[in-house]
Design a protein around this ligand. Sequence first.
Ligand code: NDP
Ligand code: GDR
Length: 375
Amino acid sequence: MKKALITGITGQDGAYLTEFLINKDYEVHGIKRRSSSFNTHRIDHLYQEQHVKDRNLILHYGDMTDSSNLIRIVQKVQPDEVYNLAAQSHVAVSFEAPEYTADTDALGTLRLLEAIKTLNLHKTCRFYQASTSELFGKVQEFPQTEKTPFHPRSPYAVAKMYAYWIVVNYREAYGMYACNGILFNHESHLRGETFVTRKITRALARIVLGLKDCVYLGNLDAKRDWGHAKDYVEMQWLMLQQEIPDDFVIATGIQHSVRQFVEIAAKELGITLGWEGSGVEEKGIVDTVVPDKTKFHGKQLKPGDVIVQIDPRYFRPAEVETLLGDSSKANKELGWKPQISFQELVREMVCYDMEEAKRDAFCKQEGFRVWDFHE
Ligand code: NDP
Ligand code: GDR
């Protein structure tokens, strides 16, 4: 039985990858952070209680900022494969916490590689690094491939650029099997609630059910190449099963704007949106609405309702305006192709958030308090 160690196991990709590896008969070990509240909801369905014999999912407390802890975990687990998914992964937050982001995303990667090397596992243990399309930042070539020059535009992207090169360096210097997956944006119903896609699907569902009036967004014209996380974790595993380690771009090759994402998600809920104004004045206004789809206990959206507004607080000090990936290399060398379409992705997210919103609307109707949170 192969052993995999996943950092960032409690995140979106960590959850999909854990399920994928368990289905492949791996013993999966994950590093979770100590938190004042439960933080394992994405993997709770896979977790087995500590007293169960022959468990295939084992969690260890740890943090990418703590080298002795990482050494201890790697020593204990003796992994065949390490997937380094842990990161302060929010680009906007990285402008507010640049030092912590660098510590976790850049130095954290170095600490983990050093742990493997110090324990003399670098000839046997394979290493996957969660690299990112944010490395391309101010893009210099369309679409972006493994050969496109980097121009990072945020503390997050700069930290990930260090991580990218230190992985290449350990491969070249010590002959380690280490790979960068340069992944473009990938989403799902498990996506963190403050990333734009989930923020939109969650907010629209709540607006439709009368739990919220309006969603405030930043740059509606940013364009991204959005895929499904489930497709992308398969790729992470595939990259570690080759003869020679290499770096790969993973993307769908199709681009949409944030504005289009809002429109398509709204359509799934029976709403056609129109736009008025421009820049910070811009508003998304209900044009037509399918009555029964949005009716819940008397609340009814109507044409003219403003459900999207711009809040300049969501603009970034330096923006990545447009990203579009070309994953021909992964397609050719690894036989990888995404299976889930953009439309299916949006539908899945909307349906999931509608179910959650219905539950909250029901609780509210029965007199229970329902909380929203700051996005
Ligand atoms: P998430 O934000 O959902 O998950 C991040 C994970 O990292 C969480 O488990 C989080 O723990 C953990 N983490 C954060 N800081 C630390 C730390 N200091 N020590 C240990 N663990 C920590 O990200 P995704 O699952 O979406 O992404 C996975 C990786 O892929 C990240 O590295 C991200 O930067 C990268 N990436 C993601 C893309 C995407 O579109 N999703 C695209 C390209 C790259 P906790 O749950 O406690 O917060
Ligand atoms: P990104 O994802 O920065 O691409 O990083 P995010 O969903 O945060 O932003 C995508 C684009 O949408 C614009 N935007 C908003 N973004 C957020 N979060 N909130 C808003 O209200 C809003 N309005 C407009 C942003 O300006 C941006 O242009 C994600 C993360 O998963 C990274 O870890 C990963 O490396 C990259 O994808 C690839």
